[in-house]
Design a protein around this ligand. Structure first.
Ligand SMILES: [Zn+2]
Length: 491
């Protein structure tokens, strides 16, 4: 496509280049020594080169009109997308220091994982196919009590960042313990993240009580607010069955004071529904609304059991709902009414939840399962189409978490969080419809390159910010200790 709307809005460098070309032309007409004089502007052009050009057979912009550019390119400088358009035009307008070729590559925005517990990668597959309470009380909680410390969180989060980069996730919203360590790992690995200070009214690996977690969380927020533009410290009250109404209100007040969002588990399981009715005389989201908890940016994870009235509240309050289909299926939480919520105008994104209940962080699989689950639950094969679900994983997810002005689409002026998917493996043959393939075929192993803020984190499958051999060794050693302890305990 050569529509003019794709031409760069940011033309600073282009006009400089045009000017140089013009000057060069003038010199030529004035002097017979044209070749030498032409050399000078060429050197200046190199000095003025932008950082990176990423090309693809298709560039899927995920902008509001859903534009797809064939044989397209994205121009990146100083962490921003400065232009997007046909590769021939971008290449003639800009010199770039880095260049990713586009043959058999699809370029698109990085994926947004709206709900994770990253360090739980270390508990991947530690126990499966159990009743929720058996799984939690005999495996997950004991392993967490004994093993979750700063070091566990460092290794587990590095492992998660490795996997997310592998799979083309560029932004994630995390909730776990020792958030300072999570932030340090994210700072190092180059991803973008919202990192929650978890508030829970029980003894946890990093706090004694809700009051203690509020104090410690505040120091984390103060420590990281405004420190790194990729890292947003937020509040993560766990849920309405692990905190009382007063503690929930206190957390909202702290978030409002700091000007940061909240991420919380919301209406996840039938247990939660019953608990809320019995304890508060109303369902979870009605409780949140009644205490003013939704008076600020809120990311609600799961939302499997909302009532009709609650769906209205979610839409009115612009709550970002994060759908986690794999986790909902694996621990039998139920089927979230995603189609109804989208129809009611609720902002819905996608997430993986922790790797203990998934068991990976593959957002491509979440897209596929989200779509299939809606089709079978509504008995309508048109439900949650490929393009709708791709939007949930990119621009829709960005909107749900309040980052749509920065990421989620490829547009001039947005942060350069861009991925290339390699379309050369057997399952892409033939390719009739690239959007269909992205949702119904692609896996995390198909991602070729990943940039965040214009910085390459993975190039042609090579990891540039993580020492994967060291992480693998450390994770394997720690997992062996966890396995031995659980075997001893459950003997
Ligand atoms: Zn969760």
């Amino acid at each position: 496509m050569t529509d003019k709307s794709y031409l760069p809005s940011h033309l600073r460098r282009l006009s400089r280049i045009s000017l140089l070309v013009l000057l060069s032309a003038c010199s030529q007409s004035e002097s017979p020594q044209a070749p030498e004089q032409q050399a000078a502007p060429a050197a200046e052009l190199t000095d003025d080169a932008i950082d990176l050009i990423i090309e693809g057979d298709y560039v899927i912009t995920m902008d509001d009109s859903g534009s797809v550019i064939q044989s397209g390119a994205v121009a990146i400088d100083d962490g921003l997308i400065i232009a997007i358009g046909p590769a021939a035009e971008i290449n003639s307008a800009y010199n770039a220091n880095g260049h990713l070729e586009g043959s058999n590559r699809v370029v698109m925005p990085g994926l947004i994982n709206g709900h994770s517990h990253a360090a739980m990668t270390l508990l991947r597959g530690v126990a499966d196919d159990l009743d929720l309470m058996d799984w939690l009380q005999n495996y997950i909680f004991p392993a967490e009590v004994e093993f979750v410390d700063d070091e566990f969180v460092r290794i587990g989060t590095e492992l998660a960042c490795w996997e997310m980069i592998r799979g083309g996730t560029t932004t994630f919203v995390d909730m776990y313990y020792f958030p300072d360590m999570i932030a340090q790992v994210v700072e190092q690995c180059g991803l973008r993240a919202y990192i929650s200070a978890t508030v829970i009214d029980q003894r946890s690996p990093d706090a004694e009580s809700a009051a203690d977690s509020l104090v410690k969380g505040q120091s984390f927020i103060d420590n990281w607010k405004g420190r790194n533009s990729r890292i947003t410290p937020i509040w993560g009250p766990h849920a309405d069955y692990t905190l009382n109404a007063e503690q929930l209100s206190e957390t909202r007040a702290a978030a409002t004071a700091a000007g940061v969002p909240i991420s919380i588990h919301m209406s996840e399981s039938p247990f939660e529904l019953e608990y809320s009715k019995n304890t508060y005389g109303m369902t979870s989201i009605e409780l949140f609304e009644s205490i003013g908890f939704l008076d600020g940016p809120t990311i609600g994870a799961h939302v499997v059991w909302p009532t009709e009235n609650e769906i209205k509240i979610l839409a009115e309050r612009k709550v970002g709902v994060i759908h986690n289909p794999t986790s909902n299926m694996k621990i039998s939480s139920g089927i979230s009414p995603v189609t109804e919520m989208l129809n009611a105008g609720v902002r819905v994104g996608l997430g993986t939840d922790g790797a203990a209940s998934n068991n990976d962080l593959d957002m491509w699989e979440e897209m596929r399962l989200a779509s299939l689950l809606q089709k079978v639950s509504t008995m309508d094969p048109k439900a949650l189409s490929a393009s709708t679900v791709l939007r949930m994983a990119t621009s829709g997810g960005a909107e749900a978490i309040g980052l749509r002005d920065k990421v989620g689409a490829l547009e001039a002026g947005m942060r350069a969080d861009v991925i290339q998917v390699a379309f050369d493996d057997v399952h892409f043959v033939p390719t009739y419809d690239v959007i269909s393939h992205l949702v119904y075929v692609t896996d995390e192993q198909d991602v070729a390159s990943v940039t965040v803020d214009g910085r390459l984190l993975m190039r042609d499958g090579e990891f540039l910010t993580i020492d994967t051999e060291r992480v693998k060794r450390e994770a394997t050693e720690l997992a062996a200790r966890i396995q031995a302890a659980l075997a001893e305990r459950n003997r």
